[in-house]
Ligand binder design. Sequence first.
Ligand SMILES: [Zn+2]
Length: 205
Amino acid sequence: MRTKFAASAMAIAVVASGCTFQLRDPGVSASCGPLNYEVNTNGHDLGSAQRQAIDQAFEEYGALVGRTATDLGDTTATIADHQAGDPVLIEIKWPSDAPENLGYASPDIVDGTYTSGWIYLNPSVAQAPPGLIRRITLHEIGHLAGLDDVIDPSELMDPSLPVDHFGSGDLIGLFVTHNGGCEGSTLARTLISQAAAKSDAAGNN
Ligand SMILES: [Zn+2]
């Protein structure tokens, strides 16, 4: 689930115990603008609960960082025709020449800002449990917002998708790429409540 540019020499990693994130490029920020998205099922039978799971992922990201995510509905647009400035395009499709995986994302960068991008979802998950679709989609949105994959079982940016929601490192990464969060962002509050929960769990109160 690496982005096309994941091997960027400019990527940096910050690793602490259970708190890991990696930026695709520290010189690029994520937009605070509206995030419109549309889905091309390519005729695959994407269930309604699975379709809603995609919406839930966009809503979760939007609420966290303070962006308005809007579902533009179904489309026949293809990634081959995607241009910067277009809505995020999710295609239920897997390229025949790509390594088998569940999802793949590539961000658009306009004037040094991640604005939009596109996501492939493997047709094999079209009828998968909605929770899995939501996790995959949220992970891929993380890539569109400038996060790279990490290996840490407490982070959603771990390609094995070990957790349901963004972990502490993921949240810090989003905090960085969104320059502290857009207006109405709940990133800081979510981070603090996660830290408090961990502290309680460790008996450190
Ligand atoms: Zn990934």
